[in-house]
Write a protein that binds this ligand. Sequence first.
Ligand code: NDP
Length: 481
Amino acid sequence: ATANIGVIGLAAMGSNLARNLAHHGNTVALFNRHYSRTEKLMNEHGTEGNFVPAETLKEFAASLKRPRTAIIMVKAGAPTDATIEQLEKVFEPGDIIVDGGNSFFKDTIKREKEVRAKGFHFVGCGVSGGEEGALNGPSLMPGGTAESWKTLGPILESIAAKVNGEPCVTHIGTDGAGHFVKMVHNGIEYADMQVIGEAYDILRRGLGMDAEEIGDVFEEWNKGDLDSYLIEITAEILHHKDAETGKPFVDVVVDHAGMKGTGTWTVQTGLEFGSPVAAIGEAVFARALSSHGELREDAQKEGLAGPNKTIDLAGEDKAAFIEDVRKALFASKVVAYAQGLNEIQDGAKEYGWDINLSEVARIWRGGCIIRAQFLLDRITEAFKGDNPPASLLFDPYFEKIIGESQDAWRRVIVRAVEAGIPTPVFSSSLAYYDGLRSKRLPTALTQSQRDLFGAHTYGRVDKPGVFHTLWAEEGKPEIEA
Ligand code: NDP
């Protein structure tokens, strides 16, 4: 046995991860259900490092040093379960099975329990950054036992993206914690992409700027505190012209956004915990609305009324308004992060995980789609130490910058609403911010209504206890419930 790590499943992700492992001095055992993929990898990249290809899982297991460590990169769901089952037959207690696929964290919790009962270690590892990240350095979010981390940690550190020399990987927590954090990462990614879309829409439809000009604006924004991979690729896309028609590329793309489900999981899980991830929810729903092609065509035929005007700057400087849009984008993005990070805290409470949010932000700085060094450096700082803030919005840096941006944020939303441009995440994030900072909310009225129609009881602001009003009785007497 010579290999210190194995990869099972050699499609796009698995083969790139295997190559990345080999590039960093690991000896990598290889297995794929159909051997042709293994052969292809060996033919095309076999000279890049030390690989040990195996035709059977038995050979694969024999080529691995103990404790055997294998990363499964097959289709999520039933194929992952089938692979685990087969691996258990050739592995021995103490060996480590890693699922690097996009598994739902509850499946990971279940699998970990079952696999652990048989004496193996099971690690659910979120892998972010797509194919490119898998090859050149992903952000990795592993969840499993501390013991398995001892063996796996150095291997994952060797292949993770590096920011200031630090690998973008940390032991997130036990069982499903890694896949849970990866799920929320994807939810934040949805919101991040949507706020960029909203800013673009305001500049394009609202101000009538062309794609090229807006590309320049994004390029400029990428030099400030919005500096991030997603802003960078947005500038690149907006500067790109379609080869066939010469039109801006963005104008020839069908505007129906797809999704693979991780954003939906983030929102469903948020609903389960009562965790208000409204900005992420709006981003998921914005994609869903965009994909209702027939409904949207019908709306065109109906000719639903709108304001039929562009944004009226009412004498205001255009550059100043564009700066307002930048501030609105930044503030909305910070709220989406605040909501996502709170969902991670809620998940940690629910499942008994000890998750360090500072570390989570640190490992998102490189390798993954939401990578953004400046913002994530700030978030890493915000959650450092023994007394992390209850919300990102309470960190002095973010509190100050959002306080200074809130007027601009409101102006942008008002202008967009007046011009009939939808800004679901800008608006929802501001509503969350205003809800959070309100001393009194109209939910006192909600509680009153619930007590009237359903005897659901209420608390009083002036004394402890639980009360119910006998609404149908003369004088509506109050009783202690
Ligand atoms: P796919 O999701 O397309 O899966 C193809 C691989 O799964 C092949 O190796 C295939 O083997 C194997 N497979 C399918 N069914 C079975 C089965 N029943 N038993 C054994 N093996 C099976 O590959 P990707 O590389 O795109 O993704 C791999 C994993 O990584 C997925 O879980 C995905 O969600 C996750 N992921 C993907 C990212 C991406 O950007 N693509 C990013 C992060 C994670 P065979 O060749 O024999 O058919």
